[in-house]
Ligand binder design. Sequence first.
Ligand code: GTP
Length: 383
Amino acid sequence: MIAHTQTLFGAVALVAVIMGSCLILVGQLRHRDGMLTTGLGMLSHSLAYIGFTLFGQVSMWITYVLANVLLSTALSFYTVSLPLIHARRPPWRLAFAFPLLLGVLLSLLIDTQEPRQLVACVLLFTQCLVILHLSRLHAVAGGRAHRVLMIGAGISLFGLGIRVVVILSGAPTEMHYDVSNLKQTVSVAIGAATIIMLSFGLVLLSRERIESELRQTALRDTLTGIPNRLAILEQLADELERARRQRIPLSIAMLDLDHFKQINDSYGHLIGDAVLMHCADHLQQRLRRNDSIGRYGGEEFLLILPGTDASGALELVDQLRQSLTQHPAQGEGHVIALSFSAGVHGLTPAEHDDVTSMLLKADKALYAAKHAGRNTQMLAATS
Ligand SMILES: Nc1nc2c(ncn2[C@@H]2O[C@H](COP(=O)(O)OP(=O)(O)OP(=O)(O)O)[C@@H](O)[C@H]2O)c(=O)[nH]1
């Protein structure tokens, strides 16, 4: 189907202006999510297309040099949006060197045909390669944002690549934007697909980042920074499944600080909080890489020790307990002695073992440790 070229350019420009303005409005509220720069990219893209629609009516400098510089500026904005979405420092200078260089070269080559077209295509092609590279760096491989960005940059690379080949082959290359034919329709369609895919990909990337941040927040204990109850239980379910599959031992330990209420009562809740942070930090630093710790409740921590049997877990918890007693917490000039009681449960999981039964056993053993006078660890009964 052959469409009227200037109407097509106008329609794409209008859609890009509307979408770009919406993104700029959204982006103003959260400057660091890359939406402001994505919106500015879309506005530059639409201004470039308005420049193309004026072909034949105003000077070549506006319809060719300025329009292509605006196109390149749009790609620069998309380029900086990628790291911005991840709150990383964008390559501002590199990104905006392209439109600057393009402006200078096209102004010098304005009276030529193939050289100026070749310069425009090669520089825009390189910018798309940079976008492709940054998309691979910043978007999760296989994710929706990654796929859409790859397609967007790929379509553009394909269109520009064909133009470079045509120019180098010596075939007639002049694009008359005031003429409607299949070549023009395909060319505008490629441009429209690039705008839509790149901007949509950047919006998706921003959404993926927010979702991942929310998930991280939902799974972290705000006070200590270690995994919270939900996260550590999810992890226990995964480790249980893995141990069952691989027929390897798995141990857990439930740790409860002794007489923590007294610490709060004597020194206040703020120091109590600092003590909890100290414990979480101290224990986490002494665990092996495969082991995990999470805050199970107020002053209770849950350890997951994959590949460790019950006796190994008991020994490890004993070492941790001794280490914590040797490293008291400090707060407002006070040295606060600490100890914990622990219930340890280890098994090589069978079909009927589940998270709840494991927690119940560890909890019973913890109760026994408290009953035995605290500052000790007890192994859960095996039955
Ligand atoms: N500062 C602070 N205190 C907390 C937090 N979560 C729970 N607590 C306090 O931890 C104390 C736990 O007290 P208890 O359950 O009586 O236990 P305990 O004093 O440690 O005594 P035993 O466990 O029997 O040795 C309560 O006073 C809670 O208010 C927290 O996030 N910060």
